[in-house]
Design a protein around this ligand. Structure first.
Ligand code: NA7
Length: 565
């Protein structure tokens, strides 16, 4: 087996020890044991998303059994999920077990946030610097930093003046978890801004806690959300799943999104109204993402089809909320069902039937300012608060890269925009590789002007059931590294033509999707971030199966599209 001619500290530096980084570390070590690999992780623990997002109610929308890593039989044999859709604490326990069983921690350096990453043209290596000033050099860098990892606070005046406890959901204080949370939050008037997937889980959990005098939900847009239908898994069921693990992963790997659900192949109008309603009812009663992904094949491309299914779901929501006026505010009216990421809930709408839970509709009464004592809305009303939770989402996908000063060949910055905010100004420039957060990649794995940088769950990759994508992309990255080790290559970069073709292909995969007409993190919009007002395509909307086919074709053609030397 070949090795890399490497005068630098490491052959491979992996950024991040979430699921992507853990998977990358394991497979690189296993396939290429001669390489020196190091993971740098900002947090004090493994887990990434599942470490940071420890707010009450955080849990999978993927079936637990389809989410696990599929490659280690030892861990699969040992681990039993206790619920069909596991909670964050259980998932973090699982990931810690994986880290222990695969002995990952010896190659992970925690509490290490990389702030700069510069390519050296002369030495053909990356130089990373962490926030303490320590320098690391490596021939290759594998970015495993996640696509929803850079939290954004709302751009509302007065946030700094709040005298109570205020925090973003993905920086939920660790002392406010589990039973401790109930004790610590007792007697507190709580406000939550944001009703996306995170807000919905948080609000539902907070509404069920005892001794909370008021929970005020500040909603800018209502969100389409449908029941998760979670259940405990009995030991027998868990055992059956363990036996069938291969076929479960096989099924997930065969669907367009890596989930255990896929669209009904019919077009809506091909069936009678009676049959259509029966289908809606059937998928509505299934657990998990079936309600979103199991609709008809044109539900998210045909306006009339989408309207019909949206009406069906709207009625389901209205049936659950006692006050009809409140129900109307909780049903989205400005976009159809499924055109933003559909969160799954377990009692969200019923929470609003409780006396102490209040909805403030920001379309009627926008927030004017945060005050020391709470929130003031445009109708002049003060909403007194002791705790203010920002469930306001992330600077998503390309936004994950903005806090690092990344410069590729000839010092060209990765990120750049004339409209970027203070934090990003150091990267501002007219010649950035990803101007205005718009990615340019080849296969979503390699980046022009940034040789030897590989991304797992980077822009232009499929973002369905994440571990299914992660395992596949890591396999491709290991293939690239193995070729370099065999041939002694020290330079890998996509050709301009390959980047152009791939970027055009990714954009064309989104053609015709109604979700292109709606602002959300999936279309690149974040109203709290300067320069993120325009929609863009940053996720691969072709199927996971097609994505894999294209990666395989590239590899079989001798890594066609990549310059390797
Ligand atoms: P999302 O889905 O981006 O949701 C953010 C929420 O915060 C959404 O309801 C926003 O309202 C609201 N928001 C954001 N900024 C503001 C301001 N300035 N004022 C009021 N309300 C605001 O993030 P999540 O964390 O919930 O979920 C992200 C993904 O993580 C999720 O899709 C899963 O894949 C896991 P808006 O609707 O934009 O009006």
């Amino acid at each position: 087996m070949g090795s890399l001619p490497s005068p630098e500290d490491y052959d491979v530096l992996i950024l991040g020890a979430g699921m992507s980084g853990m998977c990358a570390l394991h497979h690189i070590r296993k396939t290429l044991p001669q390489l020196r690999v190091r993971v740098l992780e900002a947090a004090p623990d493994v887990g990434g998303t599942w470490y940071w997002n420890c707010y009450p109610g955080a849990r999978f929308d993927s079936e637990s059994v389809s989410y696990a890593f599929s490659f280690d039989k030892g861990v699969l044999d040992e681990w039993r999920w206790s619920e069909a859709f596991a909670s964050q604490p259980e998932t973090l326990r699982y990931l810690r077990l994986v880290a222990d069983r695969l002995d990952l921690k010896k190659d992970i350096q925690f509490n290490t946030r990389v702030t700069t990453l510069h390519w050296s043209d002369e030495r053909r290596l990356w130089k990373a610097v962490d926030e303490h000033g320590t320098v690391y050099t490596a021939r290759f860098v594998v970015s495993c930093i996640g696509f929803l990892s850079n939290p954004t606070l709302p751009n509302i005046p007065g946030i700094a003046s709040f005298a109570g406890q205020g925090f973003h959901t993905s920086r939920w204080p660790r002392e406010l978890q589990g039973k401790q949370a109930e004790a610590a939050l007792a007697g507190k008037r709580i406000g939550v801004i944001g009703t996306g997937a995170t807000g919905i889980q948080t609000i539902t959990a907070l509404a069920q806690m005892p001794n909370i005098p008021s929970l005020t939900v500040f909603q800018r847009h209502a969100t389409w959300t449908v029941p998760l239908r979670n259940t405990p898994l009995t030991p027998d069921q868990a055992e059956t799943y363990r036996h069938n693990a291969d076929s479960i992963f096989g099924l997930a790997n065969s669907t367009p999104t890596g989930f255990l659900h896929q669209a009904d192949p019919h077009k809506t109008a091909e069936l009678s109204l009676e049959d259509r309603l029966a289908h809606y009812e059937r998928i509505y009663n299934k657990p998990g993402m079936a309600k979103w992904l199991g609709a008809f094949s044109d539900t998210y491309t045909d306006r009339a089809a989408n309207e019909e299914y949206s009406q069906f779901i709207a009625q389901k929501i209205k049936d659950r909320v006692h006050d009809p006026g409140l129900a109307n505010r909780l049903v989205p009216t400005d976009h159809g069902f499924g055109l933003r990421r559909v969160p799954l809930e377990s009692g969200y709408f019923e929470a609003f039937n409780k006396e102490h839970v209040h909805l403030v509709d920001l379309k009627e009464t926008p927030i004017q300012t945060v005050t020391p004592g709470g929130i003031q809305t445009a109708d002049g009303k003060e909403h007194p608060l002791d705790v203010l939770v920002y469930a306001t989402g992330f600077n998503a996908i390309t936004g994950s890269f903005v806090d690092m000063d990344i410069r590729g060949r000839e010092g060209v910055p990765l990120m750049g925009s004339s409209a970027m905010g203070e934090k990003e100004k150091r990267n501002a420039g007219a010649s950035a590789v990803w101007m205005d957060y718009r990615p340019r990649t080849f296969l979503g794995i390699t980046v022009p002007h940034c040789p030897n940088l590989f991304m797992v769950l980077g822009p232009h990759q499929p973002f369905g059931n994440a571990p299914r994508s992660i395992e596949h992309v890591v396999e491709v990255v290991v293939g690239l590294l193995a070729t370099c080790a065999d041939k002694g290559y020290t330079f890998v970069e996509p050709t301009p033509a390959a980047v152009e073709d791939w970027t055009t292909h990714v954009i064309s995969c989104s053609d015709g999707a109604l979700l292109n007409e709606v602002d959300s993190w999936m279309t690149g919009v974040n109203t709290n971030v300067k320069g993120r007002g325009e929609r863009s395509v940053a996720r691969y909307a072709g199927s996971l199966v097609e994505y894999k086919r294209r990666c395989r074709a590239c590899q079989e053609a001798g890594w066609e599209g990549l310059e390797m030397k």
